[in-house]
Write a protein that binds this ligand. Structure first.
Ligand code: PEP
Ligand code: MN
Length: 338
């Protein structure tokens, strides 16, 4: 339930209303003081609340019922766009956030070299997998803790904040220490224990869309994290499974405006996993920017032919540089800065 308050309602009146609501039932009250709107977002079992009593308060303009099962992630609970600070980089603001780096960290020269190049081209955040969720147990699984150490070296070398995928709740403390943003991969989007744990921490979470997840299921996963108190969630569309086999996945480009309508959370697009083909990264990046994505996450490798993971969809630093130049004009056309 959402209670829209009259503009300029003095705080003591809001407090009095909150106290009355608390006596009626066990709901959590989230006040949101926006630029044009002040609302109270009520989460929990609202069936015991008496709307007539609530409406009798002078400060109440109207009551709205939220039909969707996601509340904290719902735009009606938070009309303004959320901006998440990742190591000083604002994700979700007017500036597009470009995240680039290899699928997997493979060595010091590799990660530091790529970090330097993508930074020069305009990337704001460095990505790199240390723990890799591979389909085959015989495939390269990542450098694990050593990979995190190398990412930290690349951050120290370039100043770029780092994002890396966490696969197990056992490593949460280590990730809190080491990275600026924790990635939850597509395969873990519905690992509810992991999501619940991430809800208790104070660190940005990049939540990728599950392989076959609906938009509502994806937002419910965001809700798991937010319900615990961590509201620093960034969504990432990375393609979904469809009947089409030409591409690795099908980029659901329509998910961007849908998320923008339903939620206040920032939304990124990952055209690398979305297509699985390096030649499609540039056109899908342009499409994502045009449709209103808040940023793009791209796999960049110094030697894609010999990458230990996802070489077929990785682009070189030179191609990344060209893409950065190409998207400037599109970004400008939709009122964004690169
Ligand atoms: C990744 O970003 O390296 C990754 C494994 O992505 P996804 O979870 O989207 O497959
Ligand atoms: Mn990858």
């Amino acid at each position: 339930m959402i209670i829209v308050l009259r503009q300029g309602t003095p705080k003591p009146e809001i407090d009095q209303l909150c106290e009355t609501i608390s006596k009626m039932g066990s709901v959590t009250i989230n006040p949101v003081i926006g630029t044009d709107l002040t609302i109270l977002g009520l989460i929990g079992d609202t069936s015991h609340l008496d709307p007539t009593q609530i409406e009798s308060f002078h400060c109440v303009e109207r009551i709205m019922h939220v039909a969707e099962p996601y509340k904290k992630a719902n735009r009606s609970f938070h009309p303004d766009d959320t901006v998440v600070d990742v190591g000083g980089v604002k994700v979700g603001g007017n500036k597009l956030t470009m995240i680039a780096g290899p699928c997997s960290v493979e060595g010091k020269g590799q990660i530091c070299g790529i970090a330097e190049r993508v930074k020069e081209s305009g990337a704001a955040i460095l990505r790199g997998g240390a723990f890799k969720p591979r389909t085959s147990p015989y495939a390269f699984q990542g450098l694990k803790y050593e990979g995190l150490e190398l990412l930290k070296e690349a951050r120290a070398h370039t100043g770029l904040p780092i994002v890396s995928e966490l696969m197990s709740p056992y490593d949460i403390d280590r990730f809190i220490e080491d990275v600026d943003c924790i990635q939850v991969g597509a395969r873990n989007m519905q690992n509810f224990d992991l999501l619940r744990q991430l809800g208790k921490i104070d660190k940005p979470i990049l939540l990728k869309r599950g392989l076959s997840a609906t938009i509502e299921e994806w937002l419910m996963s965001a809700e798991y994290i937010m319900a615990g108190g961590n509201e620093k969630v960034i969504l990432c569309e990375r393609g979904i499974r469809t009947y089409e086999t030409y591409t690795r996945n099908t980029v659901d480009i329509g998910a961007v405006p849908i998320i923008k309508r339903l939620s206040h959370l920032p939304i990124l697009v990952d055209p690398s996993h979305g297509t699985g083909k390096r030649w499609m990264v540039s056109p899908m990046t342009k499409a994502a920017v045009a449709v209103g994505a808040d940023g793009i996450m791209i796999e960049v490798h110094n030697d894609p032919q010999h990458a230990l993971c996802d070489g077929q969809q990785s682009i070189t630093p030179d191609t990344f540089d060209e893409i950065m130049k190409e998207i400037r004009v599109i970004a400008q056309a939709v009122g964004r800065e690169v």
